[in-house]
Design a protein around this ligand. Structure first.
Ligand SMILES: *Cc1c(COP(=O)(O)O)cnc(C)c1O
Length: 403
């Protein structure tokens, strides 16, 4: 290419993009706020349902959005960002080490990969074929804990071995067993509890991993399972922690976190597609830092007050039965279940869900779980939205009730 052509090419570039603003300039001044949802015609709604991925789960507080905005302005080595943020997260969560992953699912994949490969790059390249490569290749899971999320582990090529009792577990252990995996949410229903799971891991010298994806609050759960002795702990960033929805945390033993990072970006491996960049890593740290400093008692009281506002309105409609529920482990926040008599209120759960969704403003509740009943939570509501939810619910229930 001649020099003249090169110069021509460069001067043409900004015109191709339809703008003469350089990258440098566009990053310095404040941008006018642009409502992309409106512009693109995307429905937005009040989220009284909870942290569902298909509803985009949670909203990041200003501290997190600011952290993302500020860290978008500089380059840094991805490994340096993971090193420093990992140290801080480990301190907060009383773990030996930690890293930010692309969600809890990604933490399970990368953590599992680390267990299989250790610090051996040759082994990293053998995944997802651990068995064919002569690596350990089995993970033991309680049957009641295997409800979908355990499949994240199989991204590494491992097989899931189901057991129901500790006797069955003892029989299942062999030289291929790589890990004992535990789903905290199902702890109440599994016959083997945390302590026994850990002591079986110790007895056989097999690493233990626990999934606590949606299990804050309470805040203490951030360190509880590290202190209890799980070798790896995985949690979602964008559920109760209100971090980036595409982030999560893997924490635990130093050697395992180092091995996990060998299997994670910027290196190419099975987890290459699970990249989190500096903004999300730092955003995750900002979210965690904010979360542990919150007044959790006050927040809980505010949630109860919001539930009370909705409850009071609903109870004014004839025949409504309400019940405040706090799920024991995951999404452990005040929720309200509203049930009606189908002879009095001629509405299916789905109908009510649809009317709230199609009303103005649009509202989402959980309308697909039970007949003649809906469930709602308030921990994803902005202040004041509880009044709108209360009024809209009352309106629709009254309309559907026989006088
Ligand atoms: C949500 C969830 C996950 C997946 O978490 P992401 O952060 O969305 O990747 C894994 N396990 C359990 C139990 C969950 O509830």
């Amino acid at each position: 290419m001649k020099r003249r052509d090169l110069v021509k090419g460069i001067t043409l570039l900004p015109l191709v993009g339809g703008s003469t603003v350089s990258l440098g300039a566009s990053l310095s001044g404040p941008l006018p706020e642009r409502d992309f949802f409106k512009e693109l015609g995307i429905r937005v709604f009040i989220n009284a349902a909870g942290t569902y991925t298909f509803m985009t789960a949670s909203l990041m507080p200003p501290e997190v959005v600011d952290a993302i905005r500020v860290s978008a302005k500089q380059f840094a080595l991805l490994d340096d960002v993971q090193d420093k943020v990992g140290e801080k997260i480990a301190q907060i969560c009383k773990a030996e080490a930690a890293m930010v992953t692309a969600g809890c699912w990604s933490a399970l994949v990368i953590g599992m990969a680390g267990i299989l490969t250790g610090m051996d790059n040759k082994k990293v390249a053998m995944l997802p074929f651990p068995e064919e490569s002569g690596l350990k290749s089995e993970v033991i899971v309680q049957k009641s804990h295997a409800n979908g999320y355990h499949l994240a582990l199989t991204n590494t090529g491992v097989k899931i071995i189901m057991v129901e009792t500790s006797d069955e577990l003892r029989k299942a252990v062999n030289e291929k067993t790589a890990c004992l995996w535990f789903l905290n949410r199902e702890a109440p229903v599994g016959s083997i509890k945390h302590e026994e799971w850990l002591s079986l891991g110790k007895e056989f010298g097999i690493p233990t991993m626990i999934d606590i994806a949606a299990d804050v609050p309470p805040v203490e759960n951030l360190w509880r399972y590290n202190e209890m002795g799980f070798d790896l702990v995985a949690i979602s960033g964008g559920k109760g922690l209100l971090g980036p929805q595409s982030a999560g945390i893997l924490m635990g033993k130093k050697d395992l976190i180092a091995a996990a990072r060998l299997n994670a970006p910027p290196r190419s491996s099975i987890a290459r597609g699970q990249k989190v960049n500096k903004e999300e890593i730092i955003g995750m740290y900002a979210a965690l830092d904010r979360y542990v400093k919150l007044d959790h008692k006050k927040e809980w009281k505010e949630w109860e007050q919001k539930i009370a506002v909705i409850n009071t309105a609903v109870k004014k409609v004839k025949g409504m039965k309400t019940e405040m529920i706090v799920p024991p482990v995951a999404n452990h926040t005040p929720s309200l279940k509203v049930t009606w008599d189908p002879n009095v209120t001629t509405l299916t759960s789905e109908d009510l869900g649809k009317r709230l969704r199609e009303g103005s403003p649009s509202i989402e509740v959980v309308s697909w779980e039970e007949k003649d009943s809906i469930k709602l939570t308030v921990f994803m509501l902005k202040n004041g939205e509880e009044k709108i939810v209360a009024q809209r619910l009352k309106e629709e229930l009254e309309k559907a009730s026989k006088a």
